[in-house]
Ligand binder design. Sequence first.
Ligand SMILES: C[S@@+](CC[C@H](N)C(=O)[O-])C[C@H]1O[C@@H](n2cnc3c(N)ncnc32)[C@H](O)[C@@H]1O
Length: 258
Amino acid sequence: MDHPTGEREQTEECNPPKSALDSPRLPVTYLREKSSTWDRVRFREVLEAPIDPATLGEIAHRRVALRNFAPWRLHEAYDDNAHSGHPPIAVTSDIVSISPAYGSVLYNLARSVNAKLILEDGAGFGISSMYLAAAAREEQGGILLSFEISKYSQLAQASVNLVDPGSRVVQDDFACFPSHLAGTAQVDFAFVDAMHEKDSMLRSFKSLSGWMGAQSIIVVDDLSYSESARDGFKAMMRMEQHNFVCIVNQRFGVLIRG
Ligand SMILES: C[S@@+](CC[C@H](N)C(=O)[O-])C[C@H]1O[C@@H](n2cnc3c(N)ncnc32)[C@H](O)[C@@H]1O
C-alpha cells in the first residue's frame, strides 16, 4: 500500500508459519513509536495472545448460523445503488464481517487496555461486535455499545447477546453515540468500521476525540479498501493525538494513546 503518512515507515518481516498448524503472523507497519508504554515487543505479544477456544468457537458457530439470515439489503445511506435505478445491494454476513484473524486482533487489543467501555461504528451482522463484547465482559461492568444503521442491527444484537447480554447494538447513525453516554464517560476502545472513505472515517474519528481515555485505542478498518480510506488515516495521524500508530497487515489502522 502507499505510504500512509509522512513519517518513517518500517514493516516487520512476516515469518512464514513453521507448520501448517501455525497461524501466519500478521505483518505490522510501524508509523509512530513515541510511547513510553507501547513498543513493538508489547504490540506483537498483544496481537498473538491466545484466546479462550470456547469464545472463538461461539463466534465461529454464529458465523455459520448467520448464513441462514442472508441476504439483507444495505441501508440506503450506505448503498450507492439506492437512488440510481439499479437493484439495491444485498449483503451477507460473510461479505460484511471481519475474519477470525482480525476479530482476534480486536479482542486482544481491547483486552490490552482492560477496556470497560467499547464503542463500535458499524456492527454489520455483529461478528466483530462479538469479539468486542467478549473483551468487554472480561471487565466488571464492561460494555460494548455498537451502532448499526441498517435493520440487520437486530441480528447484530442477537449475535452480541450470545456473548454478553449486557452489551448493546443500537440501530442508529454512529454520529448519535454521545446521546447514549453520560457526559463523564470515558471510552477505552473504539472500532471504526462503517464507510471506508475519508470524510466518513474522519467524522467518526473527530467525534470520538474528546471521549477517549488517556490509555485508549482506536482501530480503523479498512485501509486496504481505497486511497480515500488511507487518506483518512493519514489525516487522523496528523492530528497528533496518538503516540503509537501502526497498521496491521495493510488493513487495520491502529492509533494508541498512552
Ligand atoms: C463493513 S460493515 C461492518 C462489519 C462488522 N464490523 C463486522 O466486521 O462484523 C459496515 C456497516 O456499517 C454500517 N454503517 C454505515 N454507515 C453507518 C453509520 N453512519 N452509523 C452506523 N452504521 C453505519 C453499514 O450498514 C454496514 O453494515
